[in-house]
Design a protein around this ligand. Structure first.
Ligand code: ZN
Length: 310
């Protein structure tokens, strides 16, 4: 069993419009945009990162906005709900705020004894806010939300799977332990992990999801550094997983593999982080391109990447 994984690093989804995606995460949810770059594999598309002040691993929601992309169809083999942690007694505030801003499908739920507020994102993607006690993480409060309500980072992610056995086994191999079960949902956590150390697996008999706008593209798990990542890579390959080589994503190093349940997993390093090429004070403001795409800047800015109004 591995002991290098800390919990979540980031979750990456697809959107249909960069501006409304940006407005939702910064203005409605109050996160900081910590990086404005492009999809390194398709540089005509933005890659937007939202999180806390510096994009601490475990707080980072990221998007590929493909203009006018067709919506995905929810189903199995995907992360169906992304869950953020908020302070105790803040759900009333959030319910009112999201209602006032026209957010849809707002619903109060209880899971494993926790109060949560579910709602949909701009592309119909599903989110929830969960009240947590004594979250040690500092929130970003510069977008108009005070510290007694602001999002702390991820709480968990909920994978919907048709066949859960092999994925549960994989999570255990990665260091997760089964914590609780409620109806068709099993909760796993990493003891001593980061504050985003919970994964729920929900067993559903439904057709496979079709990816599109609003779908989670992949879910990334955090390791401290490249040495830890190397150990994880070897162990996964020894277990039979078809894992990519290490890929330099400028702000972290990444490896990817498809899980038995269909979800794409990534293992990403906490180093070097989002302050690698920008001052903390101006994080996320300028369009940052990886060196291999810098020569494309004029054409990307002219033809493909509509400016985002903050
Ligand atoms: Zn990723």
């Amino acid at each position: 069993m591995l002991n290098q994984i800390n919990g979540l690093h980031h979750i990456t989804s697809m959107a249909s419009d960069a501006q409304s995606n940006n407005d939702f995460f910064t203005k409605t949810l109050g996160l900081r945009r910590v990086k404005k770059t492009v999809n390194f594999d398709a540089p005509e598309v933005y890659h937007l990162y939202y999180g806390d002040a510096v994009g601490t691993p475990g707080s980072v929601m990221t998007y590929f906005p493909f203009p006018n992309a067709r919506r995905g169809r929810p189903g199995t083999g995907e992360v169906a709900v992304t869950v953020f942690a908020v302070p105790r007694a803040s759900l009333g505030f959030w319910q009112e705020r999201l209602t006032q801003r026209g957010v849809t499908n707002i619903r109060i739920e209880t899971r494993f004894g926790e109060n949560r507020l579910g709602f949909d994102g701009p592309d119909g993607e599903r989110f929830a806010l969960v009240e947590t006690e004594d979250d040690p993480r500092d929130p970003w409060t510069e977008n108009g939300l005070s510290g007694d309500v602001a999002i702390r980072g991820f709480h968990s992610a909920d994978m919907r799977l048709k066949d859960t056995g092999a994925s549960a086994e994989l999570l255990r191999f990665m260091g997760y332990e089964a914590l609780d079960q409620q109806e068709n949902v099993t909760r796993f956590h990493i003891p001593g992990g980061n504050a985003a150390n919970v994964i729920d697996i929900t067993q559903v008999d439904a057709p496979s999801a079709e990816q599109g706008a609003g779908s989670v593209h992949h879910i990334a798990f955090s390791v401290d550094n490249r040495a830890a990542q190397k150990d994880v890579l070897s162990a996964l390959r020894d277990t039979g997983y078809d894992v990519t080589p290490v890929i330099d994503r400028d702000y972290f190093y990444a490896i990817y593999f498809r899980t038995p349940g269909g979800v794409l997993f990534e293992v990403a390093t906490n180093e070097p982080g989002f302050t690698r090429d920008e001052d903390t004070a101006h994080l996320g403001e300028a369009l940052k391109l990886p060196s291999q795409h810098e020569h494309l800047r004029p054409v990307l800015e002219e033809k493909y990447l509509d400016p985002i109004r903050d």
